[in-house]
Design a protein around this ligand. Structure first.
Ligand SMILES: [Zn+2]
Length: 381
C-alpha cells in the first residue's frame, strides 16, 4: 500500500525504506508471523501486568511468583494463560473468588495488538523490534499512570537509553534534525550518527518544551501542572521517534487531553442538580466510615452487620453507626441513580493522568505518524 508515493524523491532519501512501506502485503507467511507476534505480545503483556502491579509499589517483579492480590495464594500455571484463563475463570480467583481486574486481559490484548501491528506495518525488519520494545514500555506506562498517577523512572530512564540505542542501530526518519542542521549550514554524512543525533534532539526538545510549560504554569498558578514523570516520558518518546515524529506527540497529546476535559465539562454541565444533597450525604457517610473498621472493599452496612454479629461496640454507638451507614447506602444508591460518583473531587481540582494521553498519542504515532506528516506536507504542494 503505497501511501508514501506522493512523497518527493528528495525527502524520500531521508526516510529509510522500512518506514515508507506502512503495510505488509497479505500472504500466508506474513499472517503466520503476525500470529506469532500476537502470541508473543500476549506473553509480554502478562509480564507487563506484573510490572504494572508491582513497580509503583516498589515490589520486586521477580519474587514472589504470581499470586492473588486478595487471598495471596500462588496462581497455578493453568490459571496464568493470558486472556484465556481470565475468560475461563470468569474474571474471578479460583481460590477466593475475588475479582480479577479487567486491566489484566486489556494489557495482554493491547500488547499483542501492538506487537502484531508492528509486524503488519514494518515487516521482518529491526524497525518492528524497535517499536515492539517502545510499545511494551508505553503500554506499561499508560496503565501505571492511569492506576496510580505515577510514571516510574524504572521504565522511563532505561527507555531513554534504549531509545537512543535503537536510534543508532535502526536509523529512523531523521529529516527533522537534518533540516535543523541545514539551518546552521551543517551536515552529517553518516545515517547512523544523524539518527542518533535526531533521537537526542527529539528527546531534548520534548523535555525542554514540557519543562518550560511546567515552569510557566507554576509561575502563574503556583501549582504543578505537569509531573516530572511526564517530562521523562516525552524524552523517552523523543529518543525512540526522533524530532519530527515527537513533534506530533507534543502537539497531539495536549489536544487530546483538552478534548477529554471538554467532554468532562459537558458531562459536568448536564449533571443532575443534586450535588449539595450528595455532598452532605457523603460527609455523613465518610464520618460513619471513620467510626467503623477501615476494611477495604466492604460497605459501611456490611461492616455494621459484622460488628453486630460479633457483639462489638456499645448499643448506642452501634445504632448511631447503623443510622449513618443507612444514610450512606441511601446516598450511594441515589448517586447510582443519578449516574454520578459520590467521592469525585470538584471538577477543576481533579488531576488528569497526562501520561495516559501522552502514551496513547505516542502509540498512535508509531503507526500513523508518517501518514499524518505526509498529509500535512501535501497541503503545500
Ligand atoms: Zn484469591
Amino acid at each position: 500500500m503505497a501511501i508514501c508515493c506522493r512523497f518527493g524523491n528528495r525527502s524520500r532519501a531521508l526516510v529509510p525504506a522500512s518506514y515508507t512501506i506502512p503495510l505488509q502485503p497479505n500472504n500466508p507467511v506474513n499472517t503466520f508471523f503476525e500470529c506469532v507476534l500476537f502470541v508473543l505480545g500476549l506473553a509480554f503483556g502478562s509480564f507487563l501486568n506484573v510490572c504494572i502491579t508491582r513497580i509503583p509499589r516498589d515490589e520486586s517483579v521477580l519474587r514472589p511468583r504470581s499470586h492473588c492480590r486478595e487471598c495471596g495464594k500462588p496462581v497455578r500455571w493453568r490459571d496464568n494463560i493470558p486472556v484465556l484463563s481470565f475468560l475461563l475463570l470468569r474474571g474471578r480467583c479460583r481460590d477466593c473468588r475475588g475479582l480479577i481486574p479487567y486491566r489484566y486481559p486489556a494489557v495482554e490484548l493491547l500488547t499483542a495488538v501492538v506487537f502484531a501491528g508492528c509486524y503488519a506495518w514494518f515487516g521482518p525488519t529491526w524497525v518492528t523490534v524497535k517499536f515492539c520494545v517502545f510499545g511494551f514500555l508505553l503500554v506499561g506506562l499508560i496503565f501505571m499512570d492511569a492506576e496510580t498517577g505515577l510514571l516510574p523512572h524504572e521504565f522511563t530512564y532505561p527507555g531513554i537509553v534504549i531509545g537512543l540505542g535503537f536510534s543508532w542501530l535502526v536509523p529512523g526518519d531523521s529529516s527533522g534534525t537534518w533540516l535543523l542542521l541545514l539551518l546552521f549550514h551543517r551536515h552529517i554524512d553518516s545515517v547512523r550518527w544523524l539518527s542518533l543525533l535526531d533521537g537526542f534532539v527529539g528527546a531534548l526538545f520534548g523535555a525542554c518544551f514540557f519543562y518550560f510549560s511546567w515552569a510557566l504554569y507554576y509561575l502563574a498558578r503556583k501549582r504543578h501542572g505537569l509531573g516530572f514523570g511526564d517530562i521523562a516520558l516525552i524524552a523517552m518518546t523523543g529518543a525512540f521517534l526522533g524530532l519530527k515524529l515527537n513533534l506530533l506527540v507534543i502537539i497531539a497529546a495536549p489536544i487530546v487531553t483538552l478534548l477529554y476535559v471538554v467532554m468532562l465539562a459537558v458531562r459536568e454541565a448536564f449533571r443532575p442538580r443534586r450535588k449539595l444533597a450528595l455532598a452532605e450525604a457523603n460527609a455523613v457517610s465518610s464520618g460513619a466510615d471513620e467510626m467503623l473498621a477501615p476494611d477495604q472493599g466492604q460497605t459501611a452496612s456490611s461492616r455494621v452487620a459484622a460488628m453486630s454479629a460479633t457483639g462489638q461496640g456499645g448499643d448506642s454507638k452501634r445504632s448511631t453507626m447503623q443510622a449513618a451507614a443507612q444514610q450512606s447506602v441511601e446516598a450511594q444508591s441515589s448517586a447510582a441513580d443519578a449516574d454520578v460518583t459520590v467521592d469525585e473531587a470538584p471538577f477543576l481540582q481533579r488531576e488528569l493522568p497526562f501520561g495516559v494521553f501522552l502514551g496513547a498519542c505516542a502509540l498512535a504515532t508509531i503507526f500513523f505518524g508518517q501518514v499524518v506528516w505526509l498529509w500535512y506536507l501535501a497541503r503545500f504542494r
